[in-house]
Design a protein around this ligand. Structure first.
Ligand code: 7TS
Length: 408
């Protein structure tokens, strides 16, 4: 299928925004949902809803089946070895916090080191600041080469015998560059450290194989790959998860509760306290089913074609500054981060909004990276499988309007 055919599955893309046909270019923030996913969500709540795992009646058993089938579906989707290595969370942020609080706070000792990259989203940066601060460990950064890729030298020299945790994003939500996670994981494992991978910006755009990546933990959010909001995933190697204490405590995650002490349930229940998001899990299953009708090679091709169409035209605009787009060494997802010279990104986004074009503007929850790029804020357009060349045309026409409105 091409993107025009994909669009037929996304009715929202036919709506107007400020009286103009919508051009949705903020897929790095969240993707739109195909009818197949919307129907799955309605179908669950309209016909199968019950509290799972504890009910002694058929509807609850059915809800449990849906939830556990979703777990098995995610296991296959990211090629985990076992279903119990799949923990459902609210989103990637909660998944990364689970690792920080349950693994980091319990296994990082004073004097140990945690290594992250300067390109991390705050969800894979602030938790590690907290762990380092509370445990008396040192937080070190892998900086970037001029083309935006992770510094090879920093990977080699910053990850040492003192390193306990290395946490890196597979794809930067600002630069869109694909990091060589396997290289980072191999280096981490060579010194006995674990490798935490933030897959929030990669899982929708490329085939993820957590075992091939060498990831000890891998986090992603369903809403960035066609699923409802409120469902995310933490993958963790079983041997590690079994050593980790629970992150949230309450119903469903216990074995026996005495007045003064509690024993906890086996994996994965130990990390899934309270009533689970079965509807979200049903939506995630439907989203994976939808995605896997097509190959990721097809999705990557659509995004590459859009990049190849947009970048030369943007480079012709003297008032546009691009970030992380000049790399030839590395493949890129459909993220273009830019600024309009002498115009604040928020003003750019507002003028584009008035023309029906939706982009993201700000620090993208990556303030250290913004400073590293010498910027307070940027604009970001991010494509997905339903964006078209016409969307790019409308976006560039809207940028020309910024030039007129701001008298550039
Ligand atoms: C690399 C990365 N990691 C973690 C997160 C957190 O995901 P969440 O828990 O689902 O919020 C995001 C969200 N990124 C963005 C959210 O909005 N614009 C973005 O670029 C991200 O891009």
């Amino acid at each position: 299928m091409n993107s025009v055919e994909f669009r037929k599955d996304f009715p929202i893309l036919n709506r107007k925004m400020n009286g103009q046909p919508l051009v949705y270019l903020d897929n790095g923030a969240t993707t739109q949902k195909p009818e197949h996913v919307v129907r799955a969500l309605c179908g669950y709540y309209g016909g199968c809803n019950a509290n799972p795992h504890r009910g002694a009646y058929e509807l609850s058993v059915k809800a449990t089946e849906i939830y556990e089938q979703a777990r098995a579906r995610v296991q296959r989707f990211i090629h985990a070895a076992r279903p119990e290595e799949i923990i459902f969370t609210k989103n990637a942020t909660e998944a990364l916090n689970l690792v920080a609080y349950s693994y980091g706070l319990n296994f990082v000792q004073p004097g140990d080191e945690i290594v992250i990259s300067v390109a991390e989203h705050h969800s894979n940066l602030v938790p590690w600041q907290r762990v380092a601060g509370q445990r008396g460990a040192k937080l070190k950064y892998i900086y970037l080469e001029k083309d935006g890729n992770l510094s090879e030298d920093d990977i080699e020299t910053k990850i040492t015998e003192k390193t306990k945790i290395v946490a890196v994003t597979q794809v930067s939500n600002v630069l869109g560059l694909v990091n060589d996670v396997r290289r980072v994981a191999d280096k981490a494992h060579s010194v006995g450290a674990v490798c935490v991978v933030d897959g929030a910006q990669s899982t929708a755009h490329m085939q993820v194989d957590v075992q091939q990546l060498g990831a000890d933990f891998f986090a992603f959010s369903g809403h960035k790959l066609l699923s409802p909001m409120g469902i995310g995933v933490l993958y963790g190697r079983k041997e590690l998860l079994e050593t980790m204490p629970p992150f949230l405590m309450g119903g469903d995650m216990i074995e026996y509760v005495e007045e003064q002490d509690t024993t906890f349930a086996e994996l994965p229940a130990k990390f899934e306290a309270g009533t689970q998001n079965v509807g979200g899990a049903a939506g995630l299953t439907a989203a994976i089913d939808y995605l896997e009708q097509f190959t990721f090679a097809r999705i990557e091709q659509i995004e590459k074609e859009l990049l190849d169409y947009a970048l030369p035209r943007l480079r012709e605009l003297p008032f546009i500054e691009l970030y992380g787009c000049d790399t030839r060494r590395n493949n890129k997802t459909g993220i273009i981060t830019f600024n309009v010279k002498d115009v604040h990104p928020h003003d750019v986004a507002t003028i584009l909004d008035a023309q029906g074009v939706a982009i993201r503007a700000g620090h993208h929850c990556a303030q250290p990276l913004m400073r590293y790029l010498g910027q307070n804020a940027t604009c970001r357009a991010s494509f997905y499988l339903y964006n078209t060349r016409e969307d790019i045309d409308r976006w560039i026409e809207a940028l020309q309007q910024v030039r007129k409105v701001m008298r550039l």
